[in-house]
Design a protein around this ligand. Sequence first.
Ligand SMILES: [Zn+2]
Length: 300
Amino acid sequence: MTQKIYPCTLCGSYDIEPIDSQIRNVTDNLHKMYRCNSCDTHFLYPQFAEEQLEAYYDGQFREEVHTSKYYDEATLTKVYDRFYPEAQQRVARVEAEIKPSDEILEIGCSVGYFLNAVSNKVKNVFGTEWDNRALSYIDDVLQNSKIKTAHNPQDFEQGFDKIFMFHVLEHIANPVEFLIKLKPLLKDNGCIYIEVPNVDDIMVKTFNNSAFKDFYYKKAHLFNFNEKGLSYVFEKSGYHYQIEFIQRYDISNHFYWLANQKPGGKGAYTHLLSSSLNEEYIQCLKTAKQTDTLFARLTL
Ligand SMILES: [Zn+2]
């Protein structure tokens, strides 16, 4: 059933419909997820105000994503260690494109796993984050002289050769305006790399697994894009772009969800499902554009 209540918060279309899934960490009846039939984006309505979000990311967000003990150093180190291998994969994905003379910015750098992983390949690394304790962790624990941190990209008062945003754009209330404001910070021939979840994920779109969907939609994800929605954002903000389909989770994780209705199945069935089968499966997801993740390169 199509409801015409208010417009899509991304493209303004009134052709929207509610999604009958829970949103993680939302207990009120006010906030709901909707699907826009025009730009394909699944969006949270109503949105939280920017000031609320800045305070949220400096406190409750990490506790919701991780644990209430997140803020002791040992736990921050666990977060760092957990995400560092993926940070290395992210460096490998762009290694051929980065230069030793590059000055790199990561927006939303968390505890600095990507900054640290990329730092020995480039001249300087800059990271922004609204979570003050994550910034303190970078400055006090990592102590990498190439890394500089701040709250917002404009705070550094300089330009960058490459700007990275991993799972950040879906948190931003006005992604078009945000990307337009980044243009003055991008040096000539610079590139912005953006990784976001793909809402055409086979677990959501085809398997339509309700336990997975209740886990998938999050309070902090104001938008859940597919290729079409992301293209809309890049075109409106006036960039040239390419979108690549990448897969973070393996076939075991998907089988585990379908069998047990819960996360944690990465690698669970590798004794049954060979690595070549996994590669073939991921190739099928790429062909169908139903991987769990989108990776985009933006240039002026
Ligand atoms: Zn829309």
